[in-house]
Write a protein that binds this ligand. Sequence first.
Ligand code: SF4
Length: 360
Amino acid sequence: MNKKNLSESKDEFQESLLKWFEEHQRKLPWRGVQDPYLIWVSEVMLQQTQVIKVIDYYQKFIERFPNVQQLAAAPLQDVLKVWEGLGYYARARNLHKAAVTVITELDGEIPKEYDTFRKLSGVGDYSAAAVLSIAFDQPYAAVDGNIKRVLSRLYQLEAPVNDASSTKVFQQHADELLDRQRPGLFNQAMMELGATICRPQSPTCLVCPVKTYCEVFHKSSQSEYPKRRTTKAIPEHQMVAAVIYRESKVLLIQRPLDGLLGGLWEFPNGRLTEDETSEKGCFRIINETVNVSISNLQYLTRVKHAFTHYKIVVDVFQCDYVSGEVVLDGPIDAKWVDVTEVSGYPLPRATHKFLEQSPL
Ligand code: SF4
């Protein structure tokens, strides 16, 4: 099979891709939807999260907040609770904040103009292009991880996909290929191709609808692309957490709104210093974060969890409250919560892992 030049055969490439998409796309709850709010929710959830995981969360979210008005009117705690387990909680906080802006400053209408939409909280170049092209057929090329991989292989690009300095290169190629008559379908088709055919490992090139145009397919160099910048090993942090009992209640603290896992509730916790034992560190961390006196410290279990840039190993203890008013250093709120009500709070995944391993 002779390779066709992509720049000269752009129309044919678009036809092949869109025909394949029409026939082979997966049935997903947000497909075929025109409501910009629903498209926006799905795109935010899909960032850094696999489709299979998003489906249930998406359905639960739109059932609870079916439109931008209801999302804006809801307390942030309710939004975080529905988002709980999906990770990257800044996405939920930003979506909520943006919904409030739409209601209070934009007459309740999700903006069609790129610059206005792009300014909303949490909206980046990718989400702006994806939402505006899918909802309003605006000619913006979306570039996410899947699309970068496809472009890297189609054009045999040397630019590393995980380097910010490559963004321009991928955007230029995506802009060049975009079907300006059907930008929403085109963007979705490119994402679908990356997710189902041009996968990171072992792309199924023989059934790929655009193999005729693909540089690496013709050179059999699929496994060498995309190029990646080598990254440092992921560090592991040793931590402790304490379940402090006060009769039938336990102490929960709330994380600051603007950081990692912002706004979620958890047991008092912190990082161990070098050479510090878990037990000794637990006393110190209770003292530093909530400043209450405790007794009967007992080891419960060990929980491991991985974030994008580091891993944590948490030794969890239980103990009894003895005395003292809670004085916070770090957390923004604290509550003595009945053990039966803990699961009603939005909790990080690591806390859920602990509760699964060692129920209260
Ligand atoms: Fe990806 Fe293979 Fe298709 Fe090229 S031919 S775009 S490497 S699946």
